[in-house]
Design a protein around this ligand. Structure first.
Ligand code: ATP
Ligand code: MG
Length: 140
């Protein structure tokens, strides 16, 4: 059982393809409450900071180029057991392996261009939420 908040990003490729609305609809249908939300564009340095845990891996350069290539939508989502429930809703990192009906299966291009991010732990959800949102930008 995890805490009740997670941080998501709708990634540049999905925003560009106008999937923001349909993805937010899936999130709402699944019963998540939106606590905070913004459209913004990460600089290369910000993308590197956000994905610092992957520094040194072969996909890090591509990942941070991609994540700074256009606007994203970041949001804090609330629901019981948020981390696990949201990662189930988005599906496997590679959309080829993702279950039918999951956000990545429906909207992701590939493993590298995979439509959305979801936090992987309560601690990272807190760190990632603080990365994007001040206290006054959260409405619970
Ligand atoms: P995210 O953190 O974006 O929610 P995830 O937790 O499912 O995705 P991670 O292992 O944290 O997956 O990887 C972060 C991102 O790096 C993935 O979303 C994916 O775009 C990219 N990535 C991970 N592994 C690979 C890989 N082997 N090849 C290419 N890209 C990869
Ligand atoms: Mg991850």
């Amino acid at each position: 059982m995890t805490g009740n908040r997670t941080l998501t990003m709708i990634k540049p490729e999905a925003v560009k393809k106008n999937f923001t609305g349909p993805i937010l609809n899936k999130i709402a249908e699944a019963g998540f409450h939106i606590v905070a939300m913004k459209m913004t564009r990460l600089s290369k340095a910000q993308a590197e900071a956000f994905y610092a845990v992957h520094k040194g891996k072969d996909f890090y350069e591509n990942l941070t180029d991609f994540m700074s290539s256009g606007p994203i939508v970041a949001a804090i989502l609330e629901k019981e057991n948020a981390i696990e429930t949201y990662r189930k809703l988005i599906g496997s990192t590679d959309p080829k392996d993702a279950e039918e009906g999951t956000i990545r299966k429906l909207f992701a291009e590939s493993k590298s261009y995979n439509a959305v991010h979801g936090s992987d732990s309560d601690e990272n959800a807190r760190i990632e939420s603080d990365f994007f949102f001040s206290e006054t930008e959260r409405y619970s």
